[in-house]
Structures are given as C-alpha cells and as structure tokens.
Write a protein that binds this ligand. Structure first.
Ligand SMILES: Nc1ncnc2c1ncn2[C@@H]1O[C@H](COP(=O)(O)OP(=O)(O)OP(=O)(O)O)[C@@H](O)[C@H]1O
Ligand SMILES: O=P(O)(O)OC[C@H]1O[C@H](OP(=O)(O)OP(=O)(O)O)[C@H](O)[C@@H]1O
Ligand SMILES: [Mg+2]
Length: 282
C-alpha cells in the first residue's frame, strides 16, 4: 500500500485534498480524521502538519508527501521535489518599517523574526550577514510593532498582511514557493505505484489548465488554423459532409482559449466550441 502525507491544516490542506479527490482518491470526511485508507486504489493517506511532512517522508516511513517548497527547504530534511502542483503559491520575503534598511546586506546586528528560521539562517549565512533570528509561530508582522525584531521574514501572498502592519518588502524574494510532491532523496523513480500516483496528479494539472477546442474551417485555411491550435501531439482533422470543409479538434491552454477563438473566427472558422476536460493521461 502506498503511504502518502497530506497537509491536515492551513493554506495547503483544502486544495491538496481537492486535487487528490479530482485524481480519484478517497479523502477524509472530516478534519479530525488523521489517517484514511483508500482500499480501491491501495493508498493510505496520513494527514500531518505541513511543516512536519518533509521529516516523515525523509524518514522513509511514508513514500511521498504534499507540502510547500518553502516548508521542504526550511526543514532541511533529506527529501526532494518531484512534481510541482500549481497551488499554494507564495513568495518568501524580508519586510521592515520603511527606512530601516536598504537590503539584507544592512541587517548586520539586527533581529529578524520568522517562522522559517531554517531558510533565513541559511540565506543570511550565504550573504555573510551576522544577524539574530528569533522564532515565532505566526502573526510575525506584529513583532516589529512590539519591538521584538527590526525585520521579519515571512510568506507573502497578496501582501495584505504587510500593508496592514505598515511594513514594506525589502530586497529580492528569498524564494518562490508552491505546493509540491516530495519523496526521500535518492528514493529513485522505479516504484510503479508512485509513478501511477504522479500520472494521476499530472492528469489533474493538465485537465485544469487545458480545454478541448472544436471548430469547422475551410480546407484551404487549415494550415493557418492548425498553427493557432497545434494541440499537444497534433490536432485531429475529420472531413465534413460539406465538401471543402474540415472539423478540427485540439487541446488548447485554457488561459488562451478566448484569444484563439477570436483568431480562428477572423480566419473564417465557425462553430468554434470549447469544452472542459475532466481527467486525462497524457
Ligand atoms: N497566504 C498564505 N499564508 C500562509 N501560507 C501560504 C499562503 N499562501 C500559500 N501559502 C503556503 O502554505 C504553506 C504554509 O502552510 P501552513 O499550514 O504551514 O501555514 P498557514 O497556511 O499559514 O496555516 P496556519 O498559520 O493556520 O497554521 C507554505 O508552503 C506557504 O508558502
Ligand atoms: O500576503 P498575504 O495574502 O497577507 O498572506 C500572507 C500572510 O498569511 C499568513 O498568515 P496567516 O493568516 O496564516 O497567520 P499566521 O501568521 O498566524 O500563520 C502569512 O504568515 C502571512 O502573514
Ligand atoms: Mg500561517
């Protein structure tokens, strides 16, 4: 049975379970359940604190896990990313009251509050900056107002929390994060159960980001139309009953669908339809 760690709380928990559900896996019915078995798919899901997931996976007791790239790096655990999942996106940044410093190179002698001291200590060491790091569990923005630190390092998504605290980001982002599937470093990629799990999640990622497009066009416009909708492999072309016309079917990126429909219409294509994809294996 494949053993998989899933975030039990926080920003990644809901979207991770939703994605697993879309991939056909049974998910827990209520948030107090800590383990759920999906016998049909021979998978056991362990709902764990997202910060702990890399440690469990690195121990080899669980085969794979879903966590944030920032949490993986912060843990220093012996685990690696195998499939980024395109949700839980954030940046990890320093912030201060305006006028405190021009960049991290000015942090020498200051105190930096963060919930991610693994990332911060390494970043400062790489820069050769000698600053103190104080660990706080959350609401880190308030540490400056209350005089516990002059600088914070925290997850920034919309920037609302920083604005509300009268803080501004400083320096370049320390890292960009998103949810990702991880496995123990060096575990190899020859486990067929892991490979099947990853194919299912890849199917969800594709189904979320592509739509199926169908349209009719005159045969003489086909090459130009196909250039607009090349598909993933190659589009399907079928003859229409009306001579000189063909039907075309291709997957297109969902974000570009409206622009492509406009361009196809300009070219003379008609009956242009898009339909969503529910699941897929590439
Ligand atoms: N707005 C956000 N706030 C916090 N983490 C976020 C946000 N958006 C994305 N994330 C990602 O979620 C992960 C942090 O999840 P975690 O559950 O540890 O904290 P949380 O969502 O702040 O929950 P809580 O503070 O309630 O425990 C990180 O990978 C982080 O990059
Ligand atoms: O840029 P934003 O969209 O404002 O999101 C980022 C904020 O959200 C998180 O805090 P959370 O609400 O999880 O509270 P916490 O600090 O107690 O963890 C994070 O620690 C930041 O403070
Ligand atoms: Mg939080």
């Amino acid at each position: 049975m494949l053993r998989i760690a899933v975030p039990n709380k926080g920003s990644l928990s809901g979207p991770a379970s939703e994605m697993l559900h879309e991939a056909g896996y049974r998910q827990r019915k209520e948030s107090k359940e800590l383990v759920t078995v999906d016998p049909d798919n021979e998978v056991e899901f362990f709902y764990l604190r997202p910060k702990d997931i890399a440690i469990y996976v690195a121990s080899g007791k669980l085969d794979i896990g879903i966590t944030g790239r920032d949490l993986l790096l912060d843990s220093g655990a012996n685990a690696e990313e195998i499939l980024p999942l395109n949700f839980g996106r954030s940046t990890f940044r320093y912030a201060t009251k305006p006028g405190t410093a021009n960049g991290p190179e000015d942090f020498g002698g200051m105190t930096i509050a963060t919930s991610y001291e693994g990332i911060v200590a390494k970043h400062l060491a790489d820069l050769g900056v000698d600053a103190s790091v104080v660990h706080l569990d959350g609401a880190v923005e308030t540490a400056i107002e209350l005089g516990v630190a002059q600088v914070i390092a925290d997850v920034v998504e919309t920037g609302t929390s920083l604005r509300n605290a009268g803080l501004e980001v400083i320096g370049e982002p320390i890292l960009k994060s998103e949810a990702t599937v991880i496995r123990r470093t060096g575990a190899g990629d020859d486990d067929p159960k892991v490979a099947q799990f990853l194919r299912r999640l890849q199917g969800v990622l594709v189904a979320r980001s592509y739509v199926m497009m169908d349209y009719d066009c005159r045969a003489e416009h086909l090459e130009r139309a196909v250039a607009l909708t090349p598909g993933l492999e190659s589009p399907t072309i079928s003859p229409l009953h009306n001579e000189g016309w063909v039907a075309v079917r291709a997957m297109v990126p969902a974000k570009e669908a409206q622009r492509i429909m406009d361009d196809l219409y300009e070219l003379g294509a008609r009956a242009i339809l898009t339909t969503s994809i529910h699941a897929c294996r590439l």
